[in-house]
Design a protein around this ligand. Structure first.
Ligand code: ZN
Length: 157
């Protein structure tokens, strides 16, 4: 999926999450930001992605070592980050990272190349949606509209 589709999907999930967590304004802001940032993290293994372009040398190295849609597109990385944050007592932020990261893997699972969720096991979950194609664009519009509508509800709450 295109970066904007990942972005709007993570914003939507971030907004929905805020209906269910009861923290201060500052924590809500951090939670939301982490969801959105984490949704870009898997594509660190792709130098031409939105995040990859910003840190090209690192991204190039990661792709060389781990391959595109390898370990960074699996449960291994987000679960490790979650466990570290959980150990440090930041469970709620670990959950934010999980939501954002898994939202990316979920959307990528609908693409042709799919996602090996249980890396190093080779089995991939894949779909038929073309990255940058018509369905990708429709999903972007749906996620954007729902984010705006629910965002307004959240603020009026
Ligand atoms: Zn990806």
């Amino acid at each position: 999926m295109k970066g904007r589709t990942h972005l709007t999907f993570s914003i939507l999930l971030g907004v929905i999450s805020l209906f269910f967590i009861d923290l201060g304004v500052k924590e809500h802001a951090i939670f939301f930001l982490l969801v959105v940032l984490a949704s870009f993290m898997p594509d660190i293994d792709h130098p031409d992605s939105a995040i990859g372009r910003k840190i090209r040398p690192i991204s190039f190295l990661v792709k060389l070592l781990a391959g595109h849609r390898g370990v960074f597109h699996s449960l291994l990385i987000p679960l490790t980050i979650f466990l570290v944050l959980f150990q440090m007592g930041y469970t709620i932020y670990g959950i934010a990272i999980l939501i954002g990261y898994l939202s990316h893997l979920l959307l990528d699972s609908f693409n042709h190349s799919g996602v090996a969720w249980f890396f190093p096991l080779p089995a991939r979950i894949k779909g038929a949606i073309k990255s940058g194609g018509f369905t990708d664009f429709i999903l972007f519009l749906v996620f954007l509209s729902l984010s705006v509508i629910l965002g307004i509800f959240l603020m009026l709450r």
